[in-house]
Ligand binder design. Sequence first.
Ligand SMILES: [Fe+2]
Length: 204
Amino acid sequence: MTTNFDQLLERFHATLETFDDALVRDAVARIGWAMPVRRLEPHPLTCLRQLDRIVELAPAGARPLVELLAERRGDLHWGQTYSEADFGKTFIDNYGWLEVFGTRGHFVNDEVAAGLLILGPDILYPDHHHVAEEIYIPLTGGTEWRMGEGGFRTREAGEVIQHTSNVSHAMRTGKEPLLALYIWRGGPLAAKSTIAGTTTRGKD
Ligand SMILES: [Fe+2]
């Protein structure tokens, strides 16, 4: 059985529709959902083992999407922006993202990029920032999020987190893995993020 990529986009869209939030509604309404598919080779990552637990944690509204991710994980083109040299092997083995649509994702969209981020338990994703505005919706709870000069705050599944252009932000997982849905808009969608004085190319 081959993966039905239309189903990936439909379930991603349907999951976004479950959040009763003005910022998310506005973002979803501005997205042109009739996107051409982009043929990408499968690219699995070590972090995908976290999906077995993430399926158990995801809220009901996100479960069809998360089950698709878990079942078809080996067919999808997962990405990493960092290498072991940046944050070490533990981070790299517990980190990855899937661009559902955007300038590089499974569907072509030059205005908005969106997808899903995975982090394993007990991982610190250090402070970074980028020009694009970013909306995050965690689909698992318990991760601590920091923005600007603020401290870490634990966020539950379904909370909407907005990182405005160039604001510094970081995440720290607890005993459970994180799956978070993201939307990037209003900036270069595969541009450089700045991390502790260095730059890397790509989403986060
Ligand atoms: Fe970010």
